[in-house]
Design a protein around this ligand. Sequence first.
Ligand SMILES: Nc1nc2c(ncn2[C@@H]2O[C@H](COP(=O)(O)OP(=O)(O)OP(=O)(O)O)[C@@H](O)[C@H]2O)c(=O)[nH]1
Length: 435
Amino acid sequence: MFKQIRIYHYVLLLLLLILGLMVASFMLIKEHSNYGFERIYIEMKDTKFSAYADGNTFKGSNVKTIDNEFEKGFDCVIKHLEQYPYCVLTIDIRDIKMNGMDFSEFTEMTVVGSFETPDNDFLRVGFRHFDAGYSLMNSSNSMKFNQMELKSEEVKRNFVIEFDRLTVPSWWVAGMKKDNVDDLVELNHISYIEFSTGTLPSEGEYKLRLEYFVFEKEVMNISKVYEYLLIFWAVFLMLIMSVIVFVLILRLKAKGNNEKILIEINNALSVKSVELELISQTDALTGAFNRFGLQKKLINTVKNKQYPSIVTLVDIDHFKSINDTFGHQKGDYVLEKICEIIKSHLRNDESLSRYGGEEFLILMPNLSVSQVKDRIEEIRVGIQISDMNINREVTASFGVAQLNKNGNIKKIINEADKALYIAKSSGRNCISYGD
Ligand SMILES: Nc1nc2c(ncn2[C@@H]2O[C@H](COP(=O)(O)OP(=O)(O)OP(=O)(O)O)[C@@H](O)[C@H]2O)c(=O)[nH]1
């Protein structure tokens, strides 16, 4: 019971652990958008910025800087007086060392803000990269212009600049007029971010409002998360399986040992039961089989069809007078001695049983009268000439009968008994044969 409760607890704990790990795995996938990305926030209120337009005063387009508590930007009016009319907001994001920021590992910038145009016009977003080879510290125009244009429908409210859409325009490269200037996008020393009207803007009012930017780079790809989770679960399940197999092996071993012990006990018991069986079938005084043992021997003879077989009843002559003359103990000794003599003449498959007080039965299977005659005579003589430790000759009378095929045990014992009676009547110390 105790063991069962413990196993039940282990299984419950394991199930809880698996459930917990499944929830954790699910959370890892679900929360990937948080821990899987590194983000840098730049708030407009922490930056220096300025607005500029092509006319910059009353002549061409004009621009007004917007600098509210939470929103920065411009209000711009584009007029087609210049060939390339524009308004631009330049945001200085250089650190103290004036190095610019490294966005080369980042994939995108989310802009929290909006841009309104008169006629679905473009917004141009540019990242000015400082290159020590050709850029001047305070001239944003001398810095590489990584830019892209978004349609105004894309930038109504909160929009994303994907860095793989950035390009360096050929007009900027041509304008630099330097050999070491190329058109490859570079984002590792960004000093300024520019928001401006796009190519060929319509005449009218443009409103740019900016709150903050979020730069984002993926530090852990979701496919990597799946890969690690898969490896983890595979290792975890293998570990669990190994532990289960290990425990099963231990239990089987313990069971094997128990079985071994049981087999040993069983063997020991079966030996004991053979001994007990033998004891239960043996006469304690003489060591001959008792009536129960005799019964079994006779049954086996019939069952195994051991025909013919010889049944001989042996009765000690005048045994009462031996008891009376020499005492009961001497009488016991005579009984033992006679059994010893008879047994010494018997073969392995032959048996001696105590049939009554001083009466014995010899069973000789698979033999006929003619085959046993001499040996029975030897037994008779053997008893007669033996020293029985009493100052007197001891003899016995024999009644012999042959059990044939389809014979009856009761009948054959009666026959032997009749023969014994004849031997007794004939003066004792002789052998009489039945019909
Ligand atoms: N010492 C001893 N005597 C026993 C034992 N069993 C039976 N007897 C005795 O055996 C005697 C048998 O005597 P009877 O049946 O009269 O036969 P008998 O004296 O041998 O005479 P016959 O058989 O006619 O020769 C009895 O006195 C029993 O008490 C035993 O285990 N030990």
